[in-house]
Design a protein around this ligand. Structure first.
Ligand SMILES: Nc1ncnc2c1ncn2[C@@H]1O[C@H](COP(=O)(O)OP(=O)(O)OP(=O)(O)O)[C@@H](O)[C@H]1O
Length: 472
């Protein structure tokens, strides 16, 4: 063993401080304050803990992370050995070695060799694993509807296989699920290219599985999917009713889960609403973190439009962007296609668009047409909520204050305010001429109930999805 605190000590300190940034504080303190750097031997870093139990836990949870971070920092393939030392020795070491670095600004500057991967190689790695390189965290606009899903995806990308495994991202069409899933893969390839990433849609997985049966290559298929470090499967609702593919995915899942490999899935609805999925597979999907992507609100729609306009280096007036954001409430894909049409027109004719011309052009778009012809009316919301709770629209709008009517009425008011662009005054009028403060009270009441009651919140989300999907 080389002299302790020579070669890799600084790198170990930097590794510890990077890991500290990604783990909850308590988790970091529990495990990383119990291991110390002992020395290094060739490209092997030796870490010690006071019991086999501590080491086993650190090895099972964090070995890959430690090895990957050390290798990334040093630009070499570094391995790590763990040995048991007496508690006294560990304490002694800790006095000399405070673990992770002191705050970064005070730390001595060390040159960290970056792994050199050419742009071409990086791009090839991404396309080889089916990723779309243009979907990145940096061009995903975060709004109220997506903060949680975005943060969870980023945490996974920074620390695959450790924090949230598996993870399921669900939401309606065109909400950004594929964008986030690809961002995870692209980020991992950019930052930890030694990890093997694979992106597939559930349809690709199914087709490959069927082909492998026909060609008697099922073992090859199994190996392909079980040897990855990060498996990203898009649109798992496609697997409904496909029993053999589900069976195969179930075994792939178990295999990867046991070896602590990261899995992220997307679905167009919560798992509980999928039909013809075996219980054992759906319980696997639900096992980890489930996050949803809701339709963006007006402010987020505007931010997305501005970001996309800027990315295309185009100019589009504020009132045109506002017109799109107000009228296209369905999903981000529809927003994008409206904008694309206007930009294309403006570029081809090489002239700035007027709002009038934009309206004329967008009038023919399916998204706008759908909005115009089938804009969600408050009456539809009242009807759908009424059907769900088995009360009539007449009763919801009426004056009766029975307990069985108050909640459906408040839910319908909440959804009217949440999904449509009607003002609280207009909503109140539709609800039998009630005051706008009644609508505001109902909205606040439902928000507060949703916060405290997950089942209730799920019911509201389901109604919202049913209503917004019915517009498409
Ligand atoms: N928050 C966002 N910021 C920027 N672009 C977004 C955002 N959400 C979605 N998009 C864009 O909208 C388009 C549709 O998104 P995406 O394909 O990820 O949706 P999806 O939820 O996977 O839909 P589907 O279920 O139909 O596959 C993409 O071009 C994506 O880049």
């Amino acid at each position: 063993m080389t002299d302790s605190k020579s070669n890799y000590f600084e790198f170990w300190q930097e590794t510890a401080s990077r890991i500290k940034e990604t783990l909850p504080e308590q988790e970091y303190t529990t495990w990383f304050n119990r291991i110390v750097y002992i020395g290094s031997d060739d490209r092997k870093v030796i870490l010690a803990g006071a019991s086999q139990f501590i080491l086993d836990t650190v090895i099972s949870r964090y070995r890959d992370l430690i090895v990957n971070t050390l290798s990334e920092l040093t630009g070499e393939e570094v391995s790590v050995d763990f040995i048991v030392k007496s508690r006294v020795e560990i304490e002694e070491r800790k006095k000399q070695d405070p673990g992770e670095k002191a705050p970064r600004q005070e730390a001595p500057v060390i040159q960290i060799p970056k792994q050199k991967i050419s742009v071409e190689k990086n791009l090839k790695m991404k396309t080889d694993c089916n990723l779309n390189p243009s979907y990145e965290f940096s061009n995903f606009v975060i709004g109220d509807n997506s903060t949680f899903a975005y943060n969870a995806s980023l945490a996974i990308a920074k620390n695959p296989g450790v924090s949230y495994n598996p993870c399921l991202i669900y939401g309606g069409v065109g909400m950004g699920k594929t964008h986030l899933l690809n961002s995870i893969g692209n980020y991992i390839i950019d930052n930890t290219p030694e990890l093997k990433v694979m992106y597939v849609t559930a349809e690709m997985f199914t087709n490959e599985f069927i082909e492998s049966i026909g060609a008697q290559r099922t073992q090859g298929f199994k190996n392909k999917f079980r040897k990855v470090d990060v498996l990203l499967i898009d649109d798992i609702h496609f697997l409904q009713g496909k029993d053999s593919t589900q069976e195969e995915l179930f075994h792939t899942f178990n295999n990867l889960y046991e070896s602590k490999k990261q899995m992220v899935f997307t679905c167009d609805r919560p798992i509980s609403e999928l039909k013809n999925i075996t219980d054992r597979l759906s319980s696997r999907f639900e096992r980890g973190l489930n996050v949803d992507l809701q339709p963006p609100n007006y402010e987020t729609r505007m931010a997305i439009l501005k970001s996309k306009t800027k990315k295309r280096a185009s100019a589009m007036s504020e009132d045109i962007l506002n017109y799109i954001a107000v009228n296209v409430c369905t999903n981000v894909r529809d927003l994008e296609s409206s904008l694309t049409k206007l930009i294309a027109y403006s570029e081809l004719l090489d002239q700035d668009l007027s709002l009038e011309k934009a309206k004329e052009l967008l009038g023919t778009l399916p998204s706008i047409a759908a909005n115009g012809n089938q804009a969600l009316s408050i009456d539809t919301i009242i009807k759908v909520v009424g059907e769900y709770f088995n009360v009539s629209s007449f009763e919801i709008k009426g004056k009766k204050k029975n307990k069985s009517l108050i909640q459906p009425r408040q839910i319908a008011m909440y959804l009217s305010r949440d999904i449509t662009e009607f003002s609280t005054t207009e909503i109140g009028t539709e609800f039998g001429g009630r005051d706008h403060t009644t609508v505001m009270h109902a909205f606040a009441r439902i928000v507060s109930l949703m916060k405290g009651d997950e089942a209730f919140s799920n019911t509201i989300q389901k109604l919202k999805r049913d209503l917004t999907n019915s517009k498409k």
